[in-house]
Design a protein around this ligand. Structure first.
Ligand code: CP
Ligand code: NVA
Length: 320
């Protein structure tokens, strides 16, 4: 007998929970995602299901780790660039999402404006589509990266409650998600950025309320004093290329180099989401030093994505 649309929808009923920002999880749920991420034997929650991987900006780690995570959970990833679908040019974000929901259980997307992800999720919810939207990086946040980062911090530091990390550089999408995740884990986060490139005071107050503590500095040496991990990211994010000269001037003195590293605790971890611009936000020497855990972070992207997708499948079962 031909399968009806209703029964197709039923078969997808275990998705629908979205992950656009770290705060879409509470602390208990973050712990669950980390526990799932650490497991090597996860159920094949994506068996027979599609995952749309929409990339409106370049990607190496995120696309590869997402595709391979989907395959390892029994699903089929289908990657597409924005040239193909044309978000808000060829078709609205809402119509793209509703179309992809006809074939896929998850829409994982890397976009410019964060708002595009929110509109996609809202359109799916209005249509009762039971399809999850996952943020693969927006101008606002990069929560999948932060999951891999706290997994890495836990691998090396053990318990994270009360432990310290300094983020040095642009308080951007990566910084925002990392700070939220670390605060949720009870960590002390110290952010050093030049004036005008930090987080807003209201946002810091919000991040402070997530369980840890968040402080901002303009002096990188003060921020890294005695910390157990130093994190940095590019000064010029995708889409900010026109600001290159201005940013290079503003961030002078914020390079993570051996002199700065000496102010941190002995054996402090050095972290970077990659891609790195060696010689700008971090020196070659520090990136290649024994302190550097950047390749572990990259590898952990796939573990974290497996954990997240499994969590979304299981958690979505309880959505009304
Ligand atoms: N860290 C990260 O998101 O890398 P890609 O931009 O290569 O996906
Ligand atoms: N902040 C960077 C992260 C790249 C993974 C960007 O948005 O380009």
């Amino acid at each position: 007998m031909e399968e009806s649309v209703t029964s197709i929808e039923h078969a997808r009923a275990s998705f629908g929970r979205h992950f656009l920002d770290m705060e879409d999880l509470n602390t208990k749920e973050l712990m669950e995602v980390l526990a799932l991420s650490a497991s090597s034997s996860l159920p094949r929650v994506l068996e027979g299901r599609g995952v749309a991987v929409l990339m409106a900006k370049p990607s190496n780690r995120t696309r590869n780790s997402t595709e391979m995570a989907v395959v390892s959970l029994g699903g089929h990833p289908l990657s597409m660039s924005n040239d193909e679908v044309g978000v808000d040019t060829r078709e609205s974000a809402e119509d793209i999402a509703r179309t992809l929901a006809c074939y896929h259980s998850v829409i994982a997307a890397r976009v410019g404006n964060h708002d595009v992800l929110q509109r996609m999720a809202a359109a799916l919810d209005r249509a009762s589509a039971r399809v999850s939207v996952v943020n693969l990086l927006s101008d606002h946040s990069h929560p999948c990266q932060a999951l891999a980062d706290v997994l890495t911090l836990r691998d090396f530091l053990g318990g994270l409650e009360g432990r310290s990390i300094a983020y040095v550089g642009d308080a951007n999408n990566v910084c925002r998600s990392l700070t939220a995740a670390c605060s949720m884990m009870g960590m002390r986060v110290r952010i050093a950025s030049p004036p005008g490139y930090g987080l807003g005071s209201q946002e810091v107050a919000h991040l402070n309320g997530l369980g840890g503590s968040v402080e901002q500095f303009h002096d990188p040496q003060e921020a890294v004093e005695g910390v157990e991990a130093i994190y940095t990211d590019v000064w010029i994010s995708m889409g900010q290329e026109a600001e290159r000269e201005e940013r290079l001037r503003a961030f002078t003195g914020f390079t993570v180099d051996t002199t700065l590293l000496q102010h941190a605790a002995e054996g402090a971890l050095v972290m970077h989401c990659l891609p790195a611009h060696r010689g700008e936000e971090i020196t070659d020497e520090v990136l290649e030093s024994p302190n550097s855990k950047v390749w572990v972070q990259a590898a952990n992207r796939m573990r974290a994505m497996r954990g997240l997708l499994t969590f979304l499948a299981l958690a979505s079962n309880s959505i009304e």
